[in-house]
Write a protein that binds this ligand. Structure first.
Ligand SMILES: *Cc1c(COP(=O)(O)O)cnc(C)c1O
Length: 339
């Protein structure tokens, strides 16, 4: 059986999840009448201590809706130069919101309160109005690293002092919560809006949820419709989200343990260069000398193990729900044989 470490988006629904899907109560969600969607939204809002939530087809759509609702065309959005909203959403901030980005050179996709404060434009007609700060936790391109909640609190203070909104791209927020042990309601308090993905570590076939105040989510619902994201019997998919909320959060710790086991096997090898510290379920490391990323990936592919070269000298491995302890054992053995 193929072991797929390319992304945590490659998971297949489990038997329990399939059952939840086929048994789902549904209705027309564009009319607000899908009981499973309504339940998932209420569950998520409650979990993060937010007033309301909106089920969206993808994390990209929830981020884009979030940014559109927070900004006016011509505004400036502050984020890390490695932020998903900036580098992996097809230029969506410009396309959907007509806003521009002030990209900050952070540390592994994370930025500081001082950097945010320094990037805010003065009230000057020459300058774009800074209106929004976007953080990402965990940081995808930063190798699944996590913010210290104290830094987020400092960033929040800067935002409040300067009348800026604060959005969190929490595609992998559940990984951060499990690894860091913070109360999800603290995140709800600190951020004006949060998008969380269900299609990553949570193991659902699709879906993301955007969280915010009741008024904010009402505006977001209109944008979702404009983008074509109003789905009818979405309850079949929302049911997978409810199932994941009930069964797939605590188990993320296992994915984190698996990532550390692979890291240990890799670090035995002389051709493995710098590896970003492994904090959750993502490993990003350099492959040196004759072992180019492509050569490394091709070698493992012969063992039916898939990994992803992500730059001239880096490879990414992501652990997830469909990776078993036996698969980790097989992978570590294959790595041990490399020379
Ligand atoms: C995957 C991801 C998204 C978007 O998710 P899709 O559902 O694939 O559109 C957003 N932000 C981050 C950090 C991600 O890793």
């Amino acid at each position: 059986m193929t072991i797929d470490f390319r992304s945590d988006t490659f998971t297949r629904p489990t038997t329990g999840m399939m059952q939840a899907m086929t048994n789902a109560a549904t209705g027309d969600d564009v009319f607000g009448e899908d009981p499973s969607v309504n339940r998932l939204e209420a569950m998520m809002a409650d979990y993060f201590g937010k007033e309301a939530a909106l089920y969206c087809p993808s994390g990209t759509m929830s981020n884009q809706i979030a940014i559109k609702v927070h900004t006016q065309p011509g505004d400036e959005v502050i984020c890390s130069s490695l932020a998903h909203v900036y580098i992996y959403e097809g230029g969506g901030i410009a396309f959907n919101a007509g806003a521009q980005v002030r990209a900050i050179e952070g540390e592994r996709g994370m930025i500081t309160a001082e950097q945010v404060a320094a990037a805010i434009n003065p009230d000057d007609v020459h300058k774009a109005s800074t209106s929004l700060v976007c953080l990402e936790n965990t940081s995808n391109r930063g190798g699944g690293c996590m913010y210290d909640i104290e830094e987020i609190k400092r960033i929040k203070t800067v935002c409040q002092d300067n009348h800026l909104k604060l959005h969190l791209d929490g595609a992998r927020l559940f990984n951060a919560l499990v690894a860091g042990g913070d109360n999800p309601k603290i995140y709800g308090k600190l951020f004006d809006s949060i998008s969380v993905c269900l299609n990553k570590g949570m193991g659902c076939p699709m879906g993301s949820v955007l969280l915010g105040s009741a008024a904010y989510i009402k505006a977001a619902r209109r944008i979702r419709k404009k983008l074509g994201g109003g789905l009818r019997q979405a309850g079949f998919m929302a049911a997978t989200g409810i199932y994941a909320m009930e069964h797939h959060i605590a188990r993320l710790a296992e994915d984190h343990y698996h990532a550390k086991q692979i890291a240990k096997a890799l670090l035995e090898k002389s051709f493995i260069g710098h590896m970003l510290p492994v904090e959750t379920n993502i490993l990003i490391f350099e492959v040196l000398g004759d072992w180019t990323p492509k050569f490394f990936a091709d070698y493992l592919k012969k063992h039916d193990i898939l990994v992803m070269p992500i730059s001239e000298n880096q490879v990414r491995i992501v652990t997830h729900l469909d990776v078993t302890p036996a698969m980790i054992e097989k992978t570590c053995a294959a790595i041990a044989e490399m020379q």
